[in-house]
Design a protein around this ligand. Structure first.
Ligand code: TYD
Length: 210
């Protein structure tokens, strides 16, 4: 596959959305075809699963299975075809979010998540993984301040800070398991400085031209 797969991660309130859009614009300005998508979601079926995962209460295993079911549909119908066309795929969250939220946050079994990852992301002999994961790292207390009053919180956004401490620890563990894939961005800076760092990290990895 000739395309490039890039995912974006971070706890709620880390501020990734505006930078994903800016990156899509920058890549298109450089003549790249961009597929902009998100998880859970990105297909009609996966968007239905998203609304259940974000709104309905359920046990951690059910949550993990639903996000992986959504992912399977998304991988097959959107991500793989886009990569085969040669697109740059920008995905707002991917499997690291499952390890962080269902693994770290909910305490669901890390090894079972790894098995699900193997099943869902196997493409023949290869395992689909992002080329680069841009991780917006922000202390949970700062993220909570940013979110307070910003909008009606969903099921995850209304969790206490202790939950997000565990989610952040899940992200850190994923990075430690595959450090080369991660571009860690200090998200506790002004939006302009964060964008500068995102841009620099993607230039360094050959995704963007300077
Ligand atoms: P988010 O990406 O923050 O979208 P929005 O900006 O519209 O709120 O919301 C997705 C939520 O889903 C977020 O709280 C993390 C959660 N999530 C999981 O729990 N597991 C997953 O595997 C994924 C992809 C997301």
């Amino acid at each position: 596959m000739s395309g490039l797969f890039i995912s974006f991660e971070g706890i709620d309130g880390a501020g990734k959305s505006t930078h994903i859009q800016a990156l899509a614009d920058a890549l298109r300005d450089q003549g790249k075809a961009v597929t902009l998508t998100r998880e859970p979601g990105g297909t009609p079926l996966a968007e239905q699963l998203r609304s259940m995962v974000l709104n309905d209460s359920m046990d951690p295993m059910t949550e993990a299975l639903l996000v992986f079911a959504a992912r399977r549909d998304h991988v097959q119908r959107v991500i793989v075809p886009a990569l085969a066309r040669g697109d740059v795929v920008l995905c707002d969250r991917f499997t690291d979010a499952t390890f962080a939220y269902q693994g770290g946050g909910r305490g669901f079994d890390w090894q079972v998540l790894r098995q699900l990852e193997q099943w869902v992301q196997s493409l023949g002999a290869a395992l689909l993984q992002p080329h680069t994961t841009v991780w917006f790292d922000l202390p949970p207390a700062v993220a909570a301040e940013r979110l307070a009053g910003a909008r009606v919180p969903d099921k995850f956004e209304s969790q206490p800070i202790a939950f997000f401490e565990n989610v952040a620890a899940g992200y850190a563990r994923r990075q430690a398991e595959d450090p080369a894939r991660f571009a860690r961005i200090n998200a506790h800076q002004t939006p302009a400085v964060v964008w500068h760092d995102v841009h620099a990290a993607l230039c360094a990895r050959g995704v963007l031209r300077t």
